[in-house]
Design a protein around this ligand. Structure first.
Ligand SMILES: *Cc1c(COP(=O)(O)O)cnc(C)c1O
Length: 380
């Protein structure tokens, strides 16, 4: 089955009770069993819930995996992965990282005596140089936020395989429409389903997908034992989002490409970070591992001050100022004040985030309206 059909049919079957096309929202905590001691597929909703199962199976299909696990948030999903790591073990992590992941690894991971090495993952020698007998996992995020760098997943997977390490990929920015890490050799793919999977800015949820049965059993155990599960209503909404993932993503990508070119040719703009440009340092990797270049971009103005960027954002109409990304509506943000406010200015500078950098999550409105919005806002 090809990808677009998978969003609608992949591992998705009519419900067993009345053959409803969409699974009902099984808003129940428990299930009647015929007799004490009998084990059925569904006994208690932390362990399993049919609406959640439907969402988990659909995600497994989209990511070309065998087992999916839905969590209460993206962070809960990452936390479940972190629980695969034991004290004194080490993890190599891409330096450009979602802020919440950085906080979880640094603060909670450190309490558990796990060492995290944050490296520039475009430099594979730097990755290799951190591997020792304690290393357990490589964790990568691509495209990176907000600098839009692209990591070579196939090469990272090879390094992981050589050293028998787990290789986990946060695929939130790309979505499985653009990139499927398990097909490129990853062991675990993670999503904040809050973003493109849900797609409508109306849920917070997370997902893990794996192929290996032993790994699936471990994650299933952690999910049930720790209990940060995705509820039935959110599972239903995520499934509803999945049905249009391909058409939304196609439009996100088309609009973003046009906006990237508009900004690149604007006299007030000094830099546009978008992997679709020929001169983007990882353009070739992006072309080979991604189906398109995504719905996110960042740019710098010639002024590049916080004051200037704040005024610019206020002048926008369609692009509202908000955290998050991946919904149908266009959003704009200033990483230095929002997603990356937890870092010092020096830290931000070292990974290429300028003070006034603006990040756009391009929605699926008419692109003419979006471009006009930016044109008017930049004209001051
Ligand atoms: C939002 C996000 C997360 C965290 O997901 P939540 O659903 O907010 O917990 C992790 N990684 C990336 C890349 C994200 O954008």
């Amino acid at each position: 089955m090809k990808f677009n059909s998978k969003t609608i049919h992949g591992n998705q079957n009519p419900d067993k009770a009345y053959a409803s096309v969409m699974p009902p929202i099984y808003q129940t905590s428990t299930y009647v069993i015929p007799e004490a001691g009998v084990k059925k597929a569904y006994g208690y909703s932390r362990t399993a819930n049919p609406t959640r199962t439907a969402f988990e199976n659909a995600m497994a299909s989209l990511e070309s995996g065998d087992a999916g696990f839905a969590f209460a948030s993206g962070m809960a999903a990452i936390d479940a992965v972190m629980r695969l790591i034991k004290p004194k073990e080490e993890v190599i992590v891409s330096r450009d990282l979602y802020g919440g992941t950085h906080r979880l690894f640094n603060k909670i991971g450190a309490i558990n005596a796990i060492t995290f090495h944050f490296v520039d993952m475009m430099n594979l020698d730097e990755v290799s140089s951190k591997i020792n007998e304690h290393t357990k996992m490589i964790w990568a995020e691509t495209p990176t936020n907000p600098t839009m760098q692209i990591l070579d997943l196939q090469q990272l997977a090879e390094i992981a395989k050589q050293h028998r390490l787990l290789f986990a990929v946060d695929n939130t920015f790309a979505s499985p429409y653009l990139q499927r890490p398990l097909e490129l050799g990853a062991d675990i793919v993670m999503h904040s389903a809050t973003k493109y999977i849900g797609g409508h800015s109306d849920i917070v949820a997370g997902v893990l997908v794996v192929r290996d049965e032993e790994l699936a059993n471990q994650i299933k155990f952690i999910q049930n034992a720790t209990g940060a599960i995705c509820g039935p209503m959110d599972s239903f909404l995520a499934l509803r989002g999945i049905k249009t993932l391909h058409v939304r993503m196609q439009r996100h990508c088309e609009n973003t490409a046009q906006i990237a070119h508009f900004l690149a040719n604007h006299k007030k703009v000094s830099k546009v970070l978008w992997p679709g440009f020929n001169n983007h340092p990882n353009h070739e990797v992006a072309k080979s591992q991604m189906h398109d270049f995504g719905g996110m971009l960042s740019f710098e103005t010639k002024d590049d001050s916080l004051v200037y960027s704040k005024v610019l954002l206020k002048r926008l109409t369609y692009f509202v100022t908000a955290e998050s990304l991946g919904g149908v509506e266009s959003l704009a943000g200033i990483p230095a004040l929002m997603t990356h406010a937890g870092m010092s200015g020096e830290q931000r500078q070292s990974i290429g985030i300028s003070e006034g950098m603006i990040r756009l999550s391009v929605g699926i409105e008419d692109v003419e309206d979006l471009i006009q919005d930016l044109a008017i806002a930049l004209d001051f």
